[in-house]
Structure formats: structure tokens, C-alpha cells
Ligand binder design. Structure first.
Ligand SMILES: Nc1nc2c(ncn2[C@@H]2O[C@H](COP(=O)(O)OP(=O)(O)OP(=O)(O)O)[C@@H](O)[C@H]2O)c(=O)[nH]1
Length: 288
């Protein structure tokens, strides 16, 4: 078969019809998707330009298909070229417009993510971040077979402090306690967080109970040494109580159980008279 006849036969084959049709459909689908982006605030003009560009591309494809397959060669090249030019210009302008929008969106997203993970008062990771970090360290500990310790810190008689000195002064105390914790829990693998209210939680990765207890005791001393007057406190200054719990992480155990164990230890420290460290024993069926 001579080459032009072969080309002719190919162009009329069902397979080519299908491929041309498919790519036309794909272009229409892309145009529809671009059109949906017009709903995003600030994206209307670039998304509309992209839609028009893609629609023009689809139209050009449809015309080309019509010209080649159905009618034979028709003198519509000029129209086709004009459409081609429009496609390129609309797509490029749309993309040029889109790029800074996408960039600024990424920037905002980063900022929002950071804001959503950091406690505004103490600048420590917040509860939301803690859940993610704890899960991560727990899995890492389970993989490497390293113990993980948790230290729970709670400011003593904080309600009385707020009542006596005011909420703003109370905020100031939380900021200072947060600073002490950050200064002392600075070893790689230490993650100090604000658990909520007047409670802080430190993830102490790769750490046996003795070392965690030592850090807890240093934090207790550090807060006491701030010498912030507190009339309702036994020593006359702001103090903290601390609960410590350690476990060998296991993939099938929820790390929340370790937090609960530290919480129980903390309440024993409160019951024992406050301004002290209590280390949890047992729990989770592991050496703690
Ligand atoms: N200033 C300030 N106070 C807070 C903040 N978050 C929680 N609180 C206060 O912390 C107090 C906690 O009181 P309680 O849970 O009764 O505990 P407590 O008075 O410290 O008593 P113990 O823990 O038993 O020593 C409440 O009065 C809360 O309003 C905060 O961000 N800023």
C-alpha cells in the first residue's frame, strides 16, 4: 500500500478515532477542572484564562480531526493557527498569574500549619503538635528498642495564683515556667510542649527513668529558683509538681497509656504535698 493511502487508512481507523476522541475528552476534562478553580477566591481570572486556553485547545483538536477525518483538507488553517496562538497566550498568561498565587498559598499554608502547632503564650509546641510528635517518637522507639520517657509538669495552686495576682500575671508565670522547661530540656530528642492550661509535657526520647527523673528534678528546682511570689503556696513561691513515666514503646500499644501513667504519677506528687517529682512504677506491663 503506498504511504499516503496507508496514512489515509490509519486516519480513518477506529483506533485513531478513539485516540483523537480520548485526547479531546481529556482536554475537555482539563478545561472543566480548570473552570472549577475559578471558585477559589482570587483565582478567578487566571483559572478562567486557563479554561479558555484548554477549551480552545480542544476546539482546535476537534477542528483538526473534523478537517482530516470527516471532510478532508479544508482551508481552515488560518482559524486553526489563530486558535493555536490564543491557546498559547491564554495558557501562558494563566500560568504566569497562577504561579505567585500558588506560592503565596503555600506560604500561608506553612504559616497556618506553624500557628496551629505552636502555643501562642509559651511558643512551645501545642497539644496538637504533641500528639503527632509523640506518635512519631513512640514508633521510632518501637523500631529502635529504646525506652521513651514522659514528664508531666503542673503549676501548683495556679487557680489561687490567678485569683490573687490576676490572669495577666498568671500568663506571665506560664511563660516563665515554659522558658525554664525549654532551657533545661534541650538535649536532642527532648520535646517540651504545652499540654494545656497550666500543664506542660516533655517527651524524653531514648531515655531511661533515672535520667528522666533527674531532668524532672532540675525543672522543679529551676521553677522554684525563679522566686515568683505566691502567697498560697507552701514555700511562698511558685512551684511545680511533676510525674515521670517510662516505657519501652511497642507498636501495638497506644502511647496515650504512657501519658496516663505520667498523669497518675503527677497526681501522686500533688497528693504527696506538691513541689516534688514522682516516678511511675509498673504500668503498660513493662519496666517503667
Ligand atoms: N493565666 C492563665 N491561667 C490559666 C491558663 N490556662 C489555665 N489557667 C488556669 O489554671 C487554673 C488551674 O486550676 P486547677 O486545675 O484548679 O489547679 P490548681 O489551682 O493549679 O491546683 P493544683 O493543680 O491542685 O495545684 C485554672 O484557674 C485555669 O483558669 C492560661 O493560659 N493562663
Amino acid at each position: 500500500m503506498p504511504a499516503p493511502d496507508l496514512l489515509e487508512a490509519l486516519l480513518h481507523s477506529p483506533l485513531i478515532h478513539w485516540i483523537l476522541g480520548l485526547s479531546l475528552l481529556a482536554q475537555l476534562a482539563a478545561a472543566a477542572m480548570a473552570f472549577r478553580l475559578t471558585r477559589i477566591s482570587g483565582w478567578y481570572v487566571p483559572a478562567l484564562l486557563m479554561t479558555l486556553g484548554l477549551l480552545a485547545m480542544a476546539l482546535r483538536r476537534a477542528l483538526g480531526w473534523y478537517r482530516l477525518v470527516v471532510v478532508g483538507v479544508l482551508p481552515i488553517d488560518l482559524l486553526s493557527e489563530a486558535l493555536g496562538l490564543f491557546v498559547s497566550v491564554a495558557m501562558w498568561v494563566g500560568l504566569w498569574w497562577f504561579y505567585p498565587l500558588l506560592k503565596s498559598d503555600r506560604h500561608h499554608l506553612k504559616m497556618l500549619t506553624a500557628l496551629a502547632s505552636v502555643d501562642a503564650l509559651t511558643q512551645l509546641p501545642n497539644r496538637r503538635a504533641l500528639d503527632i510528635l509523640l506518635e512519631y517518637e513512640w514508633r521510632r522507639g518501637a523500631r529502635d528498642l529504646h525506652p521513651l520517657s514522659i514528664i508531666m509538669v503542673d503549676v501548683d495552686h495556679f487557680k489561687a495564683y490567678n485569683d490573687a495576682y490576676g490572669h495577666t500575671q498568671g500568663d506571665n508565670v506560664l511563660r516563665q515556667v515554659g522558658r525554664v522547661i525549654r532551657r533545661l530540656a534541650r538535649r536532642a530528642g527532648d520535646i517540651p510542649t504545652r499540654y494545656g492550661g497550666e500543664e506542660f509535657l516533655i517527651i524524653h526520647a531514648h531515655t531511661p527513668p533515672e535520667l528522666a527523673a533527674r531532668l524532672a528534678e532540675r525543672i522543679r528546682e529551676g521553677v522554684e529558683r525563679l522566686n515568683i511570689p505566691h502567697a498560697s503556696s507552701a514555700g511562698g513561691v511558685v512551684t511545680v509538681s511533676l510525674g515521670v513515666a517510662t516505657a519501652l514503646p511497642m507498636a501495638d500499644v497506644n502511647p496515650k497509656a504512657l501519658v496516663d501513667a505520667a498523669d497518675v504519677a503527677l497526681y501522686r506528687a500533688k497528693d504527696g504535698g506538691r513541689n516534688q517529682v514522682v516516678v511511675a512504677g509498673g504500668g503498660l506491663g513493662l519496666e517503667i
